[in-house]
Design a protein around this ligand. Structure first.
Ligand SMILES: Cc1cc2nc3c(=O)[nH]c(=O)nc-3n(C[C@H](O)[C@H](O)[C@H](O)COP(=O)(O)OP(=O)(O)OC[C@H]3O[C@@H](n4cnc5c(N)ncnc54)[C@H](O)[C@@H]3O)c2cc1C
Length: 640
């Protein structure tokens, strides 16, 4: 068996690790307030049973599989059902629901793990020769539908897993450039860099399970991008295996050699070949790294402060501010406080805020990071403190920032937990110029609420500004609702409304999650019909037989490349290319649905061998509707 480790086949992260809220007394009341779901009485669906999953039969013949085995050895190629399911989807809500509701229409037929670039070349050449489909696979963490084989694909689909290519090959210490194999996951590469005193500075929330090749292929962004840049800035050189040869882009600090081929590969989602190596700029590990928390009286003043910081001489590594709803969520769901921390958070700080005339329902929590030498970090903080003060904000020290830093990689497990309990949660993110940030934020909230109203369900949306630039910022929205009979159809309604509000309000369809099939219906509105023609032209010319990850980025690409007819720019949301799979009932399973434990078990996934049907686990929709309009749990300010 291959040495490559994978996430759970049915959810986020490592086996045996899950979200729990036993140490967060405000969590359950908040969930009830936000989406009308009573965690105390909702039935918890357990881990789905793999045995009950209908896995489409592999189309890879024994002869073809043997041909591939000659390249990588028989232990590194497989038609095993579980491995094929793991390589079918990313980790979007749509992906998780389809797996849970036994609605997988197409899987890769064979999964292959090459050891080096020459093996990747041999696989690509053999695949194109056989007119097979090749889908490069990094960590499988994308949430834009960037991996799934198209349901109607008749050809053999190969999932090309780069997981064995995980070395930091060399560091050019004179230039601060590191050559890294594309399949290296965040912890792999950061550990190897740290051992020599360097850091990449790229820390997406999915860091623990995503790869540098995947970051490049989706144009990823990390939480410290204000200092280190997005992956598009960090990536200097590339090696990409294409049919018959390797595209080599040397690591140049900058160049004016025509249109940027490097930029073409960035965000190409496997369409232009398999990235085998990325040369990234790296930095010496900073002597000082602190994240401070600030409060602002409201969203408008907080955003104005973030813009002023972006325009100033200050260069923080993180500028992030939550809107009032997300602030409420963070405060209500923090861990139990005791002693001075409790007094400070629940009594002293609210008192100070009230004295200032703040409405506690409007306060916004911000995290700002400072990194570098001790004197640099100190100076940046002094500059930021001044700007915060000018905009009516106040600092509350490092305590909440330490907590934020510690739990940032744990929160992804929350979505599986909610799904177990009958609520759907997902995210949508965009970037827009400063002049439209407040407008777009309000429009997305209104759009989501209208979608919930049209479904007759109680839903929630909250957001934060997560990355800032000289001319604008990224806004990141988290939405959740209690689903009824058709989780995917209901999800589509909400997600479409939010996405459409982005393009209607000067935002892009995605700041850092890519396009996949999830966002492709809006690509034309984002980049104009001529832009879409150019993208189709590039992908069609580079891959005339559509062998590389077909169906992603451009809508209906398989049918129309390269001379696609362009649809008129729609004002209303087009329907997504992937139709919501009917929420099938899981195969009959007699085990009684488990009651939600009053206290969720610490760091343990739900007990094995429980049937999971998204439908089954949904509490009756009417229950959600009937949930009394509760008052928001009172906000308290954490100091720790
Ligand atoms: C809980 C959660 C949190 C997340 N947080 C963030 C975040 O903070 N920032 C962010 O940017 N994203 C985030 N994401 C999204 C996701 O992690 C990114 O899109 C990531 O870049 C995907 O990397 P991967 O290695 O998992 O790629 P995969 O999911 O395996 O693949 C994604 C796409 O890239 C292509 N690809 C992968 N490797 C290669 C290669 N070597 N050569 C050519 N093509 C390749 C695939 O074919 C596919 O089209 C998050 C996702 C989840 C589930």
């Amino acid at each position: 068996m291959t040495s490559v480790k994978h996430m759970k086949w049915w959810g986020w992260g490592n086996e045996g690790v899950g979200f729990h809220h036993e140490d967060k007394p405000g969590f359950a009341p908040f969930v009830e307030y936000a989406v009308g779901l009573d965690l105390g009485t909702a039935t918890r669906a357990g881990e789905p049973s793999f045995d009950e999953l209908n896995v489409p039969k592999s189309k890879a013949t024994v002869a073809f599989t043997k041909q591939l085995a000659k390249i990588v050895g028989k232990d590194n190629v497989t038609r095993d059902d579980m491995v094929r399911v793991i390589h079918t989807y990313g980790k979007s809500l749509r992906d998780l629901v389809r797996i849970r509701s036994n609605a997988i229409k197409r899987c890769p037929d064979v999964v292959i793990y090459p050891a080096d670039e020459s093996e990747v070349q041999a696989i690509v050449d053999a695949a194109v020769e056989a007119d097979a489909v090749i889908i490069p696979f990094g960590g499988g963490s994308n949430i834009a539908g960037s991996l799934e084989p198209m349901p109607a694909e008749k050809r053999v689909v190969i999932s090309l897993d780069l997981g064995r290519l995980r070395e930091v090959i060399a560091i050019d210490t004179d230039s601060g450039l590191a050559r890294i194999q594309a399949g290296a996951q965040g912890p792999d590469l950061e550990e190897q860099l740290n051992a020599q005193g360097w850091t990449i500075g790229h820390f997406p929330d999915s860091f623990t399970h995503s790869t540098v090749g995947g970051w490049v292929a989706t144009r990823s962004s990390g939480m410290q991008s204000d200092k280190y840049g997005d992956i598009a800035d960090i990536t200097r050189g590339l090696r990409v295996v294409r049919p018959g040869g390797v595209l080599v882009l040397r690591p140049l600090p900058s160049t004016s050699s025509g249109p940027s081929v490097r930029e073409m590969v960035l965000g190409s989602e496997g369409h232009l070949g398999a990235i085998t190596e990325v040369t990234v700029q790296v930095h010496r590990i900073p002597a000082k790294r602190d994240v401070y928390a600030y409060f602002f009286p409201n969203w408008k003043s907080g955003i104005a402060a973030m813009q002023a910081i972006a325009e100033s001489d200050a260069a923080p590594s993180i500028t992030r501010i939550s809107d009032a709803k997300e602030t409420g969520f963070s405060l209500a769901t923090s861990k139990t406080r005791t002693g001075f921390s409790k007094f400070s958070a629940e009594k002293a700080l609210p008192k100070i805020m009230k004295t200032k005339g703040w409405n506690l329902d409007e306060i916004c929590l911000s995290f700002i990071g400072f990194e570098g030498s001790v004197s640099h970090a100190k100076r940046q903080k002094a500059l930021v403190d001044k700007i915060v003060g000018k905009h009516g904000g106040m600092g509350v020290g490092k305590g909440p920032g330490i907590l934020y830093d510690q739990k940032k990689f744990d929160t992804p497990y929350l979505r599986d937990f909610l799904l177990d309990m009958g609520a759907a949660g997902d995210v949508s993110e965009t970037a827009t110029p400063w002049s439209s940030v407040v407008k777009l934020h309000a429009a997305a909230h209104t759009a989501a609420q209208q979608a919930y109203d049209s479904l007759g369900t109680k839903g929630w949306i909250m957001s934060h500004m997560s990355h800032s630039y000289h001319s604008g910022a990224c806004l990141y929205f988290t939405f959740a609702f209690t689903f009824g009979d058709d989780p995917l159809g209901e999800y589509d309604t909400v997600k479409r409304a939010i996405q459409q509000s982005f393009v209607d309000n000067d935002g892009t369809i995605s700041h850092h999650h890519g396009v996949g099939v999830e966002h492709s219906p809006w690509l034309e509105q984002d980049i104009s019909p001529e832009g879409l023609k150019l993208v189709r032209g590039l992908l069609g010319a580079a891959d005339p037989k559509n062998n590389f990850n077909p169906g992603k980025i451009t809508p209906d690409e398989g049918a129309a490349l390269p001379a696609a007819k362009t649809a008129p720019a729609a004002k209303t949301a087009p329907s997504t290319t992937v139709k919501a799979a009917p929420a099938k009932k899981a195969p009959a399973k007699k085990a009684p649905a488990k009651k939600a434990p009053a206290k969720a078990t610490a760091s343990k996934a739900a007990p094995a061998k429980k049937a999971v049907s998204a439908k089954k686990s949904a509490p009756a929709k009417t229950a959600a509707k009937k949930a009394p309009a509760k008052k928001a749990p009172s906000k308290a300010t954490p100091t720790k």
